[in-house]
Design a protein around this ligand. Structure first.
Ligand code: GRF
Length: 208
């Protein structure tokens, strides 16, 4: 059984799609233990507790950065049964840089979703970056988190076409719809032990 923590900072729509895939039985062998936010206004917190009955925790930074903050995060995870041995930590709109100490402690057990086809358009406002650059195809990526920003081994990607009349809002909406399918799919593969990491590549063992 995988003990899952989801880290959020905002509305939590990806969190919701993950939790509903677990509730529906589409993802098996994953136990959602806790949803953690660094932001007290994160709407996802009340969705997790009210709609899914998942314990939540608010860890305010109060000026703390790096491992100073993450060691507190680590102790809250452990308290909820999420450990480096059997845990999975999914960042879902989590707007805080994770320290290298934390990344190394949970090596290849932290995932993130990014609204672009990495390695293009890393960082903030990825949809706008893609639109401004003029690419015709963008998309979303689920990847393992390493010490860099949006640079870890890629698990799954899905493309989205950009049309000339598209606004940032329209593209973001289309990407988000795909994110809600892609993230649960990646977690399911992880829980079924179908992801093998070779160098910086993630081999999906049932890939066609
Ligand atoms: C998503 O677009 C995700 O790709 C990015 O942050 C956004 C989070 O949205 N990392 P939500 O909070 O899951 O609705």
């Amino acid at each position: 059984m995988i003990n899952l923590a989801i880290l959020i900072s905002g509305r939590g729509s990806n969190m919701k799609s993950i939790l509903s895939s677990i509730t529906s039985g589409e993802i098996k062998n994953v136990n959602p233990r806790v949803v953690i936010s660094n932001n007290r206004d994160a709407a996802g917190l009340s969705i997790a507790s009210k709609e899914y009955d998942i314990p939540t925790s608010l860890i305010l930074p109060n000026g703390k950065k790096g491992w100073d903050y993450d060691k507190h995060l680590d102790s809250v995870l452990n308290l909820h049964g999420v450990l480096p041995s059997d845990g999975l930590i999914c960042l879902a709109g989590y707007m805080k840089i994770i320290s290298s100490e934390f990344v190394n402690k949970y090596k290849f057990r932290i995932m993130n979703i990014h609204p672009a086809l990495l390695p293009s358009f890393k960082g903030l406002h990825a949809q706008k970056q893609a639109l401004d650059y003029g690419v015709k195809i963008t998309g979303c990526t689920v990847h393992f988190v390493d010490e860099g920003v949006d640079s870890g081994p890629i698990i799954l990607q899905e493309p989205v076409k950009i049309y000339s009349k598209d606004t940032e809002n329209e593209i973001s909406k289309r990407i988000l719809e795909l994110e809600h399918k892609l993230y649960p799919k990646a977690i399911k593969l992880f829980a079924e032990n179908k992801l093998k990491i070779v160098g910086r590549k993630v081999i999906v063992t049932n890939d066609e």
